[in-house]
Design a protein around this ligand. Structure first.
Ligand SMILES: NC(=O)c1ccc[n+]([C@@H]2O[C@H](COP(=O)([O-])OP(=O)(O)OC[C@H]3O[C@@H](n4cnc5c(N)ncnc54)[C@H](O)[C@@H]3O)[C@@H](O)[C@H]2O)c1
Ligand SMILES: O=c1ccn([C@@H]2O[C@H](COP(=O)(O)OP(=O)(O)O[C@H]3O[C@H](CO)[C@@H](O)[C@H](O)[C@H]3O)[C@@H](O)[C@H]2O)c(=O)[nH]1
Length: 328
């Protein structure tokens, strides 16, 4: 792939920092645009230019940057917060993305890869979930992401954008190099694996298992976990796809194609860490579907992508990262 000048929005966050690091490793030039609302300035990889600004104020960065393409990760992504304060999600995720697309149009940058989500599907009618499945999000976060997917279809049709929506399932793991580590470091942590690792490290007394009577083999929810390095690889492939697909919008699920239950994740955490990791049975979390598993056939077929790293590797990399954060 030829070297590109890429703007990564949200590049001070978990997923965006790993994608930025992998783009740099691939010889591309990276500018990170992030307002640090949930990100960290020290997560922007060395070698990337950093612009501290909102996606609603990207004009100067575009004027200076000469970007060929955009990876758009910036968003608010807490489901419960989106239910309590939907205005934040419509404003930041939908209004912010619209402002970004208009700035792109103004500067004639018409290639974009967008962080969409499995939450666009809501409660699935069948699994594995294919991209043509009905979309019925069960919360404003998922609805805001689906709105941007629709926005991208219309910008492809009307304005010739080459757009890819990558619908991530459950992202986990971290990137480690000799010098640095990039992983999940949310001030408000809601995700299962980092919370379970905090329990393993003795920083929380027990992991609350949200629901033990789901119609699944062990009664706990099943999710499709995908390593953030496999995710980054898919973004590089999607960027390449946009080179030759003007006026098209591709939607691809990114998942492993298989599921693990909450109890199976806890077992993986115990095996990797060697720590007891106590659990407590708790009520169901409202809006949690029993099973979410991706069909990844389209990403395999169209992008030539396949996930390589398993749950044990995700937990092990996340554990190494969590320990490096505690020491650092
Ligand atoms: N982590 C997952 O499991 C998961 C799953 C599905 C989809 N996603 C999507 O992937 C993306 C990245 O998620 P993450 O887990 O890395 O979250 P994160 O909170 O770590 O990163 C998001 C980044 O966007 C920045 N940001 C938010 N609003 C902004 C704005 N208006 N202008 C500029 N920067 C802004 C934040 O400061 C943060 O650095 C999000 O769009 C999220 O919806 C994540
Ligand atoms: O303390 C905890 C945290 C989570 N869970 C369960 O673990 C599973 C995974 O939960 P979590 O890590 O919060 O991920 P999801 O709710 O599945 O959502 C993630 O995956 C979605 C796509 O599937 C993305 O859209 C969201 O942004 C992302 O948060 C769910 O069954 C939860 O009920 C627990 O039992 N206890």
């Amino acid at each position: 792939m030829k070297a590109m000048r890429v703007l990564v929005t949200g590049g001070a966050g978990y997923v965006g920092s790993v994608i930025s690091a992998q783009l740099l490793a691939g010889g591309h030039q990276v500018t990170v645009l992030d307002n640090l609302s949930t990100g960290h300035a020290d997560a922007v990889p060395a070698g990337a230019e950093f612009v501290e600004a909102s996606i609603t104020e990207a004009g100067n960065a575009f004027a200076a940057g000469g970007f060929e393409t955009v990876v758009h990760c910036a968003a608010k992504s807490l489901v419960a917060e989106s239910v309590a304060q939907p205005q934040l999600y419509w404003d930041n995720n939908v209004g912010g993305s619209l402002a970004l697309l208009e700035t792109m149009r103004e500067h004639d940058v018409r290639r974009i890869v967008f962080s969409s989500t499995a939450a666009t599907y809501g409660e699935p009618q069948s699994v594995p979930i294919v991209e043509d499945a009905p979309t019925a999000p069960t919360n404003p976060y998922g609805a805001s992401k689906l709105a941007v997917d629709h926005m991208l279809t219309s910008y492809a049709n009307a304005h010739g954008f080459a757009a890819v929506s990558l619908r991530y399932f459950n992202v986990a793991g971290a990137l480690h190099t000799d010098a640095v580590s990039f992983g999940e470091r949310h001030a408000v942590e809601t995700h299962l694996i980092p919370i379970a690792l905090q329990v393993a490290a003795g920083r929380r007394p027990a992991l609350n298992i949200f629901g033990t009577s789901y119609p699944t083999p062990d009664g706990t929810c099943v999710r499709d976990y995908i390593h953030v390095l496999d995710l980054a690889d898919a973004h590089l492939r999607a960027l390449q796809w946009t080179e030759s697909h003007a006026a098209e919008h591709l939607i691809c699920n990114l998942g492993s194609g298989s599921g693990d239950s909450v109890r199976e994740v806890v077992e993986a955490v115990r095996t990797v860490t060697g720590m007891p990791t106590p659990v407590a049975e708790a009520d169901k979390r409202p809006g949690d579907p029993a099973v979410l598993i991706a069909s990844n056939e389209r990403a395999r077929h169209v992008l030539g992508w396949s996930p390589a790293l398993d749950l044990t590797r995700m937990v092990s990399d996340a554990w190494t990262f969590a320990q490096s954060v505690r020491q650092g």
